[in-house]
Design a protein around this ligand. Structure first.
Ligand code: SAH
Length: 544
């Protein structure tokens, strides 16, 4: 039993460490803070218990708000009972995250713990806004402080004593003497004191200041100002305040993909055409990877909300094992899904079991699955043959004079489109269940809540549309369907229409490029109309 104090990075799941991502997939429980992005939480193992200990400071604090001591107790308790506990914190767990105190509490209670450092917002958020915190000739050092500088603590160390503004300004005056870049976390509320103190301490009023709200998320907003103007600019937490000559820099302007670069392609940002967009991916978790990666690479925030999962067939796989043992006797084996390949091929004792058998595939994903098993398809209908099973039937050869046999491992309840088509052509077809698609468990609360802010959803199978539409959130209400619905494949699209959804795009091929292109076009109108998310409350000194 171990408690892992894990840094979740500043928001974008692409900025998780590999170790953090691996632990999320293994975790039995994830205890997370308010600053952890739902896109990161959506990576947690299904069935993992997600515990929200986000402290919402101030008068509006909900009843669930926990004090740090209660969190320590919870971690100690879970550390005694639960195998893999991930304590997930925004950025790095030991940078204003109170991770150090949690480690001490765990040690004192004899609970094993490990720290998994994270990408801190203090460095990553300025970087993403084009600001290097050190730069030759501009800044040779940086200092990271909390905006709560100088706030005094009670002897308990947990409750802030309302600190006098004068005392705090005194601390800012001392910080003014430091060279280099000053990076302030939790600085939004204190910005007036901070600016006054730094100016009194000797910093010039026109010192460049850049504030980055919600860095590394689709809602990132960058405000460039000066120390003198800082108190008057409208800002919402969470934000990083960067002060000093480096804050005047914006390296993104010189990048070839910058909006105003002379050689920029026509897109607002050619490398990140989906920047600012949250896309829900409904594929089963083990198959969502390539789609999610393509979307993230295009700048989208991806929420994994699997609508279906894949399980063994209801006969426990007996019929499939039987068919596999007899595979050598068939003329053809036809695969219409990667799942069927993954379930069937490993049942071969030896590559020679398929020696005289020809293989037919439908779909690129199916083909890729065969390739992973070092098998080459003999027949793969091109796009011109038409989509799906019909395409395969139309280009299938005629059976030999004495009759021929086809084995079709497929999803349980898949319908018999392929079998009927080939039978009509004179083949004998044995259709056998290789797997079963079942509805997935509903998403955890934090992920379900984030669905309302998503702009698009991608469905790659009719079963996914049906399961998503039938899925209810933690409140018992159906989960919201984002405004832009993208369906891969005509059958998926017609299922969506039958269920009353408006299908905005139907990529002609299942390739990531086609998907990205249709998403971009379909989203064009929606994006402009999307409201900004509500501001987060600023953490208090004891509760980052
Ligand atoms: N451990 C965290 C910091 C926790 S303190 C880390 O290493 O990043 C919380 C403060 O971090 C916020 O008030 C804000 O100043 C900053 N912060 C964290 N994530 C941020 C983000 N995505 N964008 C802007 N500021 C962020």
């Amino acid at each position: 039993m171990t408690v892992y104090l894990v840094g979740a990075g500043p928001g974008d799941p692409g900025l998780l460490t590999r170790r953090a991502a691996a632990l999320l997939v293994r975790a039995d429980a994830v205890v997370y803070d308010r600053l952890v992005d739902p896109a990161v939480l959506s990576l947690a193992r299904p069935g993992a218990e997600l515990v929200d200990v986000g402290k919402r400071p101030g008068p509006g604090a909900p009843p669930g708000a926990e004090s740090q001591r209660a969190i320590n107790d919870l971690l100690v308790d879970m550390g005694h009972r639960v195998d893999v506990v991930v304590r997930l914190k925004g950025g790095d767990p030991f940078v204003f995250g109170r991770g150090g105190e949690e480690a001490e509490a765990l040690s004192a209670a004899g609970v094993r713990w490990e720290v998994v450092p994270g990408v801190s917002s203090a460095l990553a958020v300025p970087a993403l806004a084009g600001i290097p915190v050190t730069h030759r000739g501009v800044a040779t050092s940086f200092t990271v402080v909390t905006g709560q500088v100088g706030s005094r603590k009670s002897s308990e160390g947990s409750d802030p004593v309302p600190g006098g503004g004068r005392e705090r300004e005194e601390d800012w005056r001392r910080l003014a003497g430091l060279e280099g870049t000053l990076v302030v976390l939790m600085g939004v509320a204190a910005r007036a004191e901070l600016a006054a103190g730094l100016i009194e301490g000797g910093r010039r009023p026109d010192t460049p200041v850049t504030v980055i709200e919600r860095g590394a998320t689709p809602a990132q907003r960058v405000v460039r100002t000066t120390l003198a103007e800082l108190p008057t600019v409208a800002l919402d937490p969470p934000a990083v305040v960067v002060i000093g000559p480096a804050a005047a820099m914006d390296l993104t302007l010189g990048a070839p993909n910058a909006p105003n670069a002379p050689n920029a392609p026509n897109a607002p940002n050619a490398l990140a055409p989906l920047a600012g967009v949250t896309v829900v991916v409904t594929r089963p978790r083990h198959q969502a990877g390539s789609l999610a990666d393509a979307l993230s690479a295009a700048g989208a925030r991806v929420l994994l909300v699997p609508a279906t999962e894949i399980e063994g067939p209801s006969d426990g796989g007996k019929a499939l094992a039987h068919a596999a043992a007899a595979a050598a006797g068939y003329d053809w084996v036809a695969f219409t899904s990667a799942n069927a390949v993954e379930r069937f091929v490993p049942l071969m004792r030896d590559g020679r079991d398929l020696a005289g058998v020809r293989l037919a595939v439908v779909g690129q994903g199916t083909q890729d699955a065969l390739t992973r098993h070092r098998l080459v398809a003999d027949l793969s209908p091109g796009l011109s043959a038409g989509p799906g099973a019909a395409g395969l039937v139309s280009c299938f050869p005629d059976p030999p004079p004495g009759g021929g046999t086809v084995l079709w491992p497929c999803a349980e309840g898949a319908g018999d489109a392929l079998a009927a088509g080939l039978t009509a052509r004179g083949w004998r077809v044995d259709q056998v269940a290789a797997y079963r698609t079942v509805a997935a468990a509903p998403p955890p609360v934090a992920v379900a809540d984030a669905l309302a802010g998503a702009q698009a959803v991608v469905f790659a199978a009719p079963s996914a549309v049906r399961a998503y539409v039938a899925m209810s959130g933690p409140d018992g209400e159906p989960v919201p369907v984002p405004p832009v619905v993208v369906c891969i494949g005509p059958t998926t699209a017609s299922t969506a229409r039958d269920l009353g959804l408006v299908v905005a795009a139907e990529p002609p091929t299942p390739s990531p490029d086609a998907l990205l292109e249709s998403l971009r076009t379909a989203l064009a109108g929606v994006l402009a109309a999307t409201p900004r998310p509500a501001a987060e409350p600023e953490p208090q000194p004891d509760s980052p």
